[in-house]
Write a protein that binds this ligand. Structure first.
Ligand SMILES: *Cc1c(COP(=O)(O)O)cnc(C)c1O
Length: 354
């Protein structure tokens, strides 16, 4: 047995996927299952497919390559790099775009590969990450794309609650529908897909607040953990414990809660603050910020308090625990999104997929 290790329960993920997929189906919404959070391990991706996703989506070509074996349409989420135009067309059927230069490069790559690549144009509806902020520019892009032989304009998309933290609401998503209607009328075309965002749009499912016309969501967090990301609420009938980390205790000592000498910066360049709880029993675990994120790490023993850590250490207050820990014991934690991302990316963590 090697530690730290993360144990991934694909049955829990499959069940979460299928719960969210059926919520979305009721409103005629397809789901692109986003695989980037766990580096697209194919054994986990299978749970998405069994759970009923309609597409697979990732932000990195390396990950799309790993899932090429699955016979289901794939979407490139991050705006493609021109230097990767060829790989984008090879490994993705659809990509999200906002730059004509890139779309021209995709067109050339598609032509050389004898393919037609589908493009979703992104509209920036206020979150200020990617997409056309200006409608005239968006319409101009449509006009140009319609001239290209190896690009199909597949639809429009929006991404919210990523950079700006803007929460999806009906009137915001309605703008995307309005853009679609205007484009369809002006250019006499049909757009297949209106992709209304990520897990932060999930809170609107079942409320009647998703405007007619939105027919796709691109979901990672909500189908892995069953949490919508606008308000962080748990969805009924889902399980948020599919990713469990196990790490070994390497020190147990009684120590004061606050240093007595002058305090400078910690290992990550921040000046630390402390809560004075007196002398406490503290554990050190052999896992750290290189492998996990302390804010999305939840000990199964609810009486433990995570105090902090450095690259390779996690420091825990165990004074209130009913368990008498020994050095060499294993502590278990549930992971949420950012810890999952780091743990799955870290080569120092063993992955066990069950
Ligand atoms: C990561 C990403 C998603 C999925 O986000 P979740 O919050 O995990 O659902 C959707 N769309 C784009 C463009 C992304 O980059």
């Amino acid at each position: 047995m090697s530690y730290p290790r993360v144990i991934i329960d694909t049955k829990k993920i499959e069940s979460n996927v299928s719960t969210v997929v059926s919520l979305a189906k009721k409103e005629g919404i397809t789901i692109a299952g986003v695989t980037k959070g766990y580096c697209a391990y194919p054994e986990i991706v299978k749970a998405y497919i069994n759970g009923g996703v309609d597409y697979l989506a990732d932000s990195r070509i390396e990950n799309l390559k790993k899932i090429a074996q699955f016979d289901i349409p794939k979407m490139m989420l991050r705006l493609p790099m021109i230097s990767q135009a060829k790989e984008t067309v090879e490994y993705a059927d659809i990509s999200l775009n906002s730059e004509l230069e890139t779309i021209y490069a995709l067109n050339e790559a598609s032509e050389s590969l004898g393919k037609v690549h589908k493009v979703i144009l992104m509209a920036d509806l206020g979150d200020l990450r990617e997409g056309y902020f200006n409608k005239e520019e968006l319409l101009h892009a449509v006009d140009e794309i319609l001239e290209l032989n190896n690009i199909e304009l597949y639809g429009l998309g929006v991404n919210l609650t990523c950079y700006g933290g803007v929460i999806p609401k009906r009137h915001i998503l309605q703008k995307l529908v309005d853009y679609k209607n205007e484009i369809e009328e002006k250019f006499e075309i049909k757009l297949e897909m209106l992709s209304g965002g990520n897990s932060s749009t999930v809170h609107l499912l079942g409320t009647g607040e998703i405007p007619n016309g939105i027919n796709n969501l691109r979901l990672g967090e909500s189908i892995i953990f069953g949490t919508e990301s606008a308000y962080g609420r748990h969805l009924d009938g889902t399980d948020s414990t599919a990713f469990r980390l196990e790490a070994e205790i390497i020190e147990i000592k009684e120590k004061p809660s606050v240093p007595t000498e002058e305090i400078g910066r910690d290992a990550f360049g921040k000046v630390p603050t402390f809560v004075d709880r007196g002398v406490r029993k503290r554990l050190i675990c052999a896992v750290g910020k290189q492998d996990i994120d302390l804010d999305s790490l939840y000990p199964l023993d609810k009486d433990l308090i995570i105090l902090g850590g450095s690259s390779d250490h996690t420091i825990i207050d165990a004074s209130d625990s009913k368990i008498d820990y020994s050095v060499g014991d294993i502590l278990a934690f549930n992971l949420h999104y950012v810890s999952m991302l780091r743990a799955m990316t870290s080569e120092y963590i063993e992955k066990i997929i069950i």
